[in-house]
Ligand binder design. Structure first.
Ligand code: CA
Ligand code: CA
Length: 146
């Protein structure tokens, strides 16, 4: 697990968690970041499995969204729960992926992840606005493959 932990260093991890906290000030949507070692089935299948495993469906509005990244190949996928899928157009996912891809191509993994998190916060605002008294339903810390 040690090498997983090194994908983002301590300072980068802190900034990412901070970005999640910022983004969740805009929306009731819940964002998480997960680092896996490598691709097993396909990046999407793996991401979906982790989404279930870390119980990201445990939100009242089913509006959890997972940024799933593999350490070795630096691939990623962005997975949203059914509440989000009911409201956004397919372009929503394409836009997020395209932007994040352009950062990753330049090896800007932390910047790309943070930009994506903040963008999710802003884009989800119209569908799932932050309401006073909002609960932090899903932990903001980065999760890692065990
Ligand atoms: Ca929340
Ligand atoms: Ca949260």
């Amino acid at each position: 697990m040690w090498f997983n932990k090194s994908f983002f260093n301590k300072e980068e991890s802190r900034r990412i968690v901070e970005a999640i906290r910022e983004a969740e000030k805009n929306t009731s949507g819940e964002i998480r970041v997960h680092i896996a070692k490598k691709v097993r089935q396909s990046i999407l299948d793996d991401g979906l499995a982790v989404f279930q495993k870390i119980r990201m469906y445990k939100t009242a509005e089913r509006n959890g969204i997972l940024i799933y990244i593999t350490h070795k190949s630096r691939q990623f996928c962005i997975i949203g729960d059914e509440g989000i899928h009911k409201k956004v157009a397919p372009q929503f996912w394409d836009n997020l992926s395209e932007k994040m891809t352009s950062y990753f191509k330049e090896q800007k993994f932390t910047e790309g992840t943070i930009a994506t998190i903040l963008e999710i916060g802003t884009s989800l605002k119209q569908f799932f606005p932050y309401i006073k008294g909002d609960k932090d339903e899903l932990d903001n810390t980065i999760s890692y493959e065990e």
